[in-house]
Design a protein around this ligand. Structure first.
Ligand code: ZN
Length: 241
Protein backbone atom coordinates (compact mmCIF):
# COMPACT_ATOMS: atom_id res chain seq x y z
CA UNK A 1 0.00 0.00 0.00
CA UNK A 2 0.99 3.60 -0.36
CA UNK A 3 -0.09 7.16 0.36
CA UNK A 4 -2.32 6.58 3.37
CA UNK A 5 -2.22 10.34 3.99
CA UNK A 6 -3.51 10.27 7.54
CA UNK A 7 -6.82 8.73 6.51
CA UNK A 8 -7.50 6.19 9.27
CA UNK A 9 -10.94 5.16 7.98
CA UNK A 10 -9.53 4.27 4.55
CA UNK A 11 -6.58 2.44 6.12
CA UNK A 12 -8.87 0.36 8.32
CA UNK A 13 -11.09 -0.59 5.40
CA UNK A 14 -8.06 -1.73 3.38
CA UNK A 15 -6.81 -3.85 6.28
CA UNK A 16 -10.27 -5.31 6.69
CA UNK A 17 -10.54 -6.13 2.99
CA UNK A 18 -7.06 -7.68 2.90
CA UNK A 19 -7.59 -9.44 6.23
CA UNK A 20 -10.81 -11.12 5.14
CA UNK A 21 -8.96 -13.22 2.57
CA UNK A 22 -7.65 -16.73 3.05
CA UNK A 23 -4.84 -17.10 3.67
CA UNK A 24 -4.52 -13.76 5.47
CA UNK A 25 -1.73 -11.38 4.55
CA UNK A 26 1.64 -12.03 6.20
CA UNK A 27 3.30 -8.68 5.74
CA UNK A 28 2.48 -5.06 4.96
CA UNK A 29 4.71 -3.00 2.71
CA UNK A 30 3.93 0.68 2.90
CA UNK A 31 5.50 2.93 0.26
CA UNK A 32 5.39 6.25 2.07
CA UNK A 33 3.26 9.32 2.76
CA UNK A 34 1.65 7.82 5.83
CA UNK A 35 0.78 11.38 6.90
CA UNK A 36 -0.12 14.69 5.23
CA UNK A 37 -3.52 15.96 3.93
CA UNK A 38 -5.68 13.85 6.28
CA UNK A 39 -6.91 14.30 9.86
CA UNK A 40 -5.42 11.20 11.55
CA UNK A 41 -1.61 11.27 11.31
CA UNK A 42 -0.86 9.86 14.77
CA UNK A 43 -3.61 7.24 14.60
CA UNK A 44 -2.32 6.02 11.23
CA UNK A 45 1.27 5.79 12.49
CA UNK A 46 0.11 3.93 15.60
CA UNK A 47 -1.87 1.41 13.55
CA UNK A 48 0.79 0.96 10.88
CA UNK A 49 3.50 0.10 13.37
CA UNK A 50 1.47 -2.79 14.78
CA UNK A 51 1.14 -4.52 11.39
CA UNK A 52 2.93 -7.82 10.71
CA UNK A 53 6.14 -7.85 8.67
CA UNK A 54 6.02 -4.10 8.24
CA UNK A 55 8.29 -2.47 5.70
CA UNK A 56 7.62 1.26 5.61
CA UNK A 57 9.25 4.04 3.61
CA UNK A 58 9.37 7.78 4.08
CA UNK A 59 7.52 9.96 1.55
CA UNK A 60 7.68 13.64 0.68
CA UNK A 61 4.71 14.50 2.91
CA UNK A 62 6.26 12.58 5.82
CA UNK A 63 9.44 14.61 5.32
CA UNK A 64 7.40 17.81 5.24
CA UNK A 65 5.66 16.88 8.49
CA UNK A 66 9.09 16.39 10.08
CA UNK A 67 10.35 19.75 8.86
CA UNK A 68 12.88 17.97 6.61
CA UNK A 69 11.74 19.75 3.47
CA UNK A 70 10.89 23.32 2.46
CA UNK A 71 7.11 23.77 2.60
CA UNK A 72 7.45 26.12 -0.38
CA UNK A 73 7.80 22.99 -2.53
CA UNK A 74 4.10 22.32 -1.88
CA UNK A 75 0.98 24.01 -3.20
CA UNK A 76 -1.17 26.11 -0.87
CA UNK A 77 -3.40 23.33 0.47
CA UNK A 78 -0.63 20.76 0.88
CA UNK A 79 1.42 23.37 2.72
CA UNK A 80 -1.44 24.19 5.09
CA UNK A 81 -2.00 20.48 5.77
CA UNK A 82 1.74 19.94 6.32
CA UNK A 83 1.90 22.80 8.81
CA UNK A 84 -1.13 21.39 10.66
CA UNK A 85 0.47 17.92 10.70
CA UNK A 86 3.71 19.36 12.10
CA UNK A 87 1.68 20.89 14.93
CA UNK A 88 -0.23 17.76 15.94
CA UNK A 89 2.40 15.10 15.31
CA UNK A 90 3.44 13.46 18.58
CA UNK A 91 7.07 12.81 19.39
CA UNK A 92 6.51 9.05 19.03
CA UNK A 93 5.00 9.46 15.57
CA UNK A 94 7.78 11.83 14.53
CA UNK A 95 10.53 9.50 15.67
CA UNK A 96 8.89 6.55 13.91
CA UNK A 97 8.70 8.50 10.63
CA UNK A 98 12.18 9.95 10.99
CA UNK A 99 13.72 6.46 11.20
CA UNK A 100 12.16 5.28 7.91
CA UNK A 101 14.37 4.67 4.85
CA UNK A 102 13.64 6.37 1.53
CA UNK A 103 14.21 3.15 -0.39
CA UNK A 104 14.75 -0.49 0.36
CA UNK A 105 14.52 -3.91 -1.21
CA UNK A 106 13.06 -7.24 -0.13
CA UNK A 107 13.58 -10.37 -2.20
CA UNK A 108 13.27 -9.36 -5.82
CA UNK A 109 11.48 -6.08 -5.09
CA UNK A 110 12.98 -2.63 -4.87
CA UNK A 111 10.75 -0.11 -3.14
CA UNK A 112 10.75 3.68 -3.25
CA UNK A 113 8.06 6.28 -2.60
CA UNK A 114 8.53 8.16 -5.87
CA UNK A 115 11.08 6.39 -8.06
CA UNK A 116 14.35 4.45 -7.69
CA UNK A 117 16.15 7.36 -9.41
CA UNK A 118 14.78 9.99 -7.04
CA UNK A 119 13.16 8.08 -4.16
CA UNK A 120 11.18 10.85 -2.51
CA UNK A 121 10.10 13.28 -5.23
CA UNK A 122 10.01 11.88 -8.78
CA UNK A 123 6.65 10.81 -10.26
CA UNK A 124 6.59 7.83 -12.63
CA UNK A 125 3.53 8.61 -14.72
CA UNK A 126 4.50 7.59 -18.25
CA UNK A 127 6.55 4.94 -20.08
CA UNK A 128 9.38 7.41 -20.80
CA UNK A 129 9.96 8.13 -17.13
CA UNK A 130 9.56 4.42 -16.38
CA UNK A 131 12.23 3.66 -19.01
CA UNK A 132 14.64 6.09 -17.41
CA UNK A 133 14.07 4.35 -14.09
CA UNK A 134 14.45 0.73 -15.22
CA UNK A 135 18.20 1.35 -15.26
CA UNK A 136 18.15 2.57 -11.66
CA UNK A 137 17.31 -0.68 -9.88
CA UNK A 138 18.74 -4.19 -10.02
CA UNK A 139 15.81 -6.36 -9.00
CA UNK A 140 13.15 -7.60 -11.42
CA UNK A 141 10.45 -5.48 -9.81
CA UNK A 142 10.12 -2.03 -8.33
CA UNK A 143 7.20 -0.83 -6.23
CA UNK A 144 6.41 2.88 -6.06
CA UNK A 145 3.63 5.20 -4.89
CA UNK A 146 3.54 9.02 -4.86
CA UNK A 147 1.32 9.62 -7.92
CA UNK A 148 -1.78 8.19 -6.19
CA UNK A 149 -2.54 6.37 -9.46
CA UNK A 150 -2.62 2.58 -9.81
CA UNK A 151 -0.12 1.96 -12.64
CA UNK A 152 2.00 -0.86 -14.07
CA UNK A 153 4.92 -0.40 -16.45
CA UNK A 154 6.69 -3.33 -18.03
CA UNK A 155 9.95 -3.68 -19.94
CA UNK A 156 10.38 -7.19 -21.24
CA UNK A 157 14.02 -6.90 -22.35
CA UNK A 158 16.86 -4.46 -21.86
CA UNK A 159 16.55 -3.07 -25.39
CA UNK A 160 12.74 -2.89 -25.43
CA UNK A 161 10.81 0.24 -24.50
CA UNK A 162 8.60 0.28 -21.42
CA UNK A 163 4.89 -0.12 -21.96
CA UNK A 164 2.02 0.82 -19.70
CA UNK A 165 -0.14 -2.17 -18.74
CA UNK A 166 -3.84 -2.03 -17.94
CA UNK A 167 -4.52 -2.61 -14.25
CA UNK A 168 -6.83 -5.62 -13.82
CA UNK A 169 -8.98 -5.22 -10.71
CA UNK A 170 -9.74 -8.05 -8.30
CA UNK A 171 -7.81 -10.66 -10.21
CA UNK A 172 -4.38 -12.03 -9.50
CA UNK A 173 -2.31 -11.08 -12.55
CA UNK A 174 1.05 -12.76 -13.16
CA UNK A 175 4.17 -10.67 -12.69
CA UNK A 176 6.77 -10.94 -15.38
CA UNK A 177 10.19 -9.30 -15.43
CA UNK A 178 10.68 -6.42 -15.36
CA UNK A 179 7.97 -4.22 -13.90
CA UNK A 180 7.39 -1.00 -12.00
CA UNK A 181 4.13 -1.27 -10.07
CA UNK A 182 2.10 1.32 -8.19
CA UNK A 183 -0.79 0.16 -5.97
CA UNK A 184 -2.44 3.61 -5.96
CA UNK A 185 -3.35 5.52 -2.83
CA UNK A 186 -5.15 4.34 0.29
CA UNK A 187 -6.14 7.73 1.64
CA UNK A 188 -6.44 10.05 -1.38
CA UNK A 189 -6.95 8.20 -4.70
CA UNK A 190 -6.59 10.37 -7.80
CA UNK A 191 -7.93 8.09 -10.53
CA UNK A 192 -11.52 9.31 -10.16
CA UNK A 193 -12.47 6.29 -8.07
CA UNK A 194 -12.83 7.43 -4.46
CA UNK A 195 -12.41 3.97 -2.94
CA UNK A 196 -9.13 3.21 -1.20
CA UNK A 197 -6.65 1.50 -3.53
CA UNK A 198 -4.04 -1.13 -2.67
CA UNK A 199 -2.70 -4.42 -4.01
CA UNK A 200 -2.09 -7.94 -2.81
CA UNK A 201 1.32 -9.25 -3.79
CA UNK A 202 1.70 -13.01 -3.68
CA UNK A 203 5.38 -13.84 -3.56
CA UNK A 204 4.86 -17.56 -4.05
CA UNK A 205 2.65 -17.50 -7.11
CA UNK A 206 4.23 -14.21 -8.29
CA UNK A 207 0.99 -12.35 -8.80
CA UNK A 208 -0.29 -8.82 -8.23
CA UNK A 209 -3.95 -8.21 -7.46
CA UNK A 210 -5.09 -4.60 -7.54
CA UNK A 211 -8.00 -4.01 -5.19
CA UNK A 212 -10.36 -1.25 -3.96
CA UNK A 213 -12.04 -0.88 -0.60
CA UNK A 214 -14.98 1.46 -0.06
CA UNK A 215 -15.02 3.46 3.18
CA UNK A 216 -17.13 6.08 4.93
CA UNK A 217 -15.66 9.22 3.32
CA UNK A 218 -18.00 11.62 5.15
CA UNK A 219 -16.50 10.62 8.51
CA UNK A 220 -13.06 11.64 7.32
CA UNK A 221 -14.33 14.87 5.79
CA UNK A 222 -15.98 15.79 9.07
CA UNK A 223 -12.75 15.27 10.99
CA UNK A 224 -10.85 17.31 8.39
CA UNK A 225 -13.22 20.25 8.65
CA UNK A 226 -13.25 20.10 12.45
CA UNK A 227 -9.46 20.18 12.41
CA UNK A 228 -9.51 23.23 10.14
CA UNK A 229 -7.83 21.42 7.24
CA UNK A 230 -8.46 22.86 3.73
CA UNK A 231 -12.05 22.28 2.57
CA UNK A 232 -10.93 21.52 -0.99
CA UNK A 233 -8.88 18.60 0.32
CA UNK A 234 -11.96 17.21 2.05
CA UNK A 235 -14.11 17.64 -1.07
CA UNK A 236 -11.68 15.91 -3.43
CA UNK A 237 -12.00 12.62 -1.51
CA UNK A 238 -15.56 12.11 -2.78
CA UNK A 239 -14.60 12.49 -6.42
CA UNK A 240 -11.24 10.76 -6.21
CA UNK A 241 -8.95 13.39 -7.73
ZN1 ZN B 1 1.26 11.16 -1.54
Amino acid sequence: MSDIHANLTALKSVLEDAGSRTPPYEAVWCLGDTVGYGPDPNECVELIRTLPGLVCLIGNHDEAALGMTQLTRFNHDARAAAAWTQDVLTEESASFLKALPSETSVDNFTMAHGSPRQPVWEYILDPRTADANFGEFETDYCLVGHSHLPLIFQRSSADALAISKTVAWNQASPLSPRMILNPGSVGQPRDMDPRAAYAILDLKSKTWEARRAAYEISEVQLRMLKAGLPERQALRLVAGW
